[in-house]
Unconditional design. Structure first.
Length: 339
């Protein structure tokens, strides 16, 4: 086929002329209207493919009120867990015909408020948001107009959809796994000074519950304090405990980065993993799978989190206006060489 079109941007009319159909028929195929015959759909698609036509998103938004885009707002793009979640949500969006716009808030309260105040209104059809600072009541008061699904533990308003794992149960499972290996002096790395995240609080709660259930006396010295979230901060925290003569035979870490810090600090202190000390990370990120020794880790179902978040968001974007749905996604304990 030859359209005889002029050079430049391919237009809807060019596709219609090449296919020998009306512009309305081409539009119906692009928007996947069901009342188009298979023969006509194939004919129009062949013309689209030959011309390399791409729909004008501005025109699409005006015609349908939809952009085909969703926003993903996360605290840090370079944190392993959030990077992997962004990939899974991007893949999930792609399977449903959406593209994602990724935004980094850096846990700044004003940046998080801007997400809730519909900064992306008109640019995206919905938002998946992992807040760190903004709390439950503030989100409820702001009443975001763009469809919204929350991830994480920081905020759970009753009128907003929310997806997370049971952090307290996961921490209990982690400690119980370590104790089944004969460990009784389980340290927690780390309680970070100035930590604003609810996840650490919930994980510490599960840590204590497991020890009490096992009849192990709580020792506050085993909750190791770190000045920050970096690898160096974690190494200093565990090295300080070793230097102070605090004895422990296992470490439950709040994330895989702290677990890597534990491996380094224990090595510097002359302790072997897992012979002397078992180490359990959290998030089961790539560094857990490829570290030496391979890191055992609490593993949230990240694909499940992404799929559930997108399912709820699609229902919101389709018009669901009920109260918030709060969903718990499974977790597991992946044991490798460090336990």
């Amino acid at each position: 086929m030859s359209s005889g079109r002029s050079a430049g941007r391919v237009r809807l009319k060019d596709v219609a002329d090449l296919a020998g159909v009306s512009m309305k028929t081409v539009s119906n195929v692009i928007h996947d209207y069901e009342h188009v015959s298979a023969v006509m759909r194939d004919r129009v698609q062949a013309a689209i493919d030959e011309l390399g036509y791409r729909p004008n998103l501005t025109a699409r938004r005006l015609a349908t009120g939809k952009t085909g885009m969703i926003a993903l707002a996360i605290p840090e793009m370079d944190q392993f867990y959030f990077a992997e979640m962004a990939r899974h949500i991007g893949e999930e969006a792609g399977r449903h015909g959406y593209r994602i716009l990724v935004e980094q808030t850096l846990s700044d309260i004003e940046a998080e408020r801007a997400v809730i105040r519909d900064r992306e209104e008109g640019l995206v059809d919905g938002v998946i948001f992992h807040p760190a600072r903004i709390d439950t009541l503030e989100i409820a008061r702001l009443r975001p107009g763009t469809p919204l699904v929350l991830l994480g533990e920081a905020a759970r308003p009753i009128n907003t959809d929310h997806v997370m794992i049971d952090n307290t149960r996961a921490a209990r499972d982690g400690v119980e796994t370590l104790m089944r290996g004969g460990r009784r002096r389980v340290a927690f790395l780390a309680d970070v000074r100035g930590d604003i995240t609810e996840s650490t609080h919930l994980r510490l709660l599960g840590y204590q519950e497991a020890l009490i259930a096992a009849g192990v006396e709580l020792d506050p010295r085993l909750v190791l304090t770190s000045e920050g979230f970096s690898l160096d901060d974690g190494v200093r925290a565990i090295s300080a405990a070793i230097d102070a003569g605090i004895t422990f035979d296992a470490v439950l870490c709040r994330d895989d980065l702290f677990a890597m810090a534990a491996l380094r600090g224990l090595s510097l202190g002359g302790l072997r993993v897992p012979e002397d000390v078992s180490v359990l990370g959290w998030d089961d990120t790539a560094i857990a799978r490829y570290s030496t020794p391979a890191l055992s880790s609490v593993a949230p179902d990240k694909r499940g989190l992404a799929a559930m978040a997108f399912e709820l968001l699609e229902e919101r974007m389709a018009g669901y206006a009920g109260v918030g749905r709060h969903r718990i996604v499974p977790h597991s304990i992946v044991e490798r060489s460090t336990s």
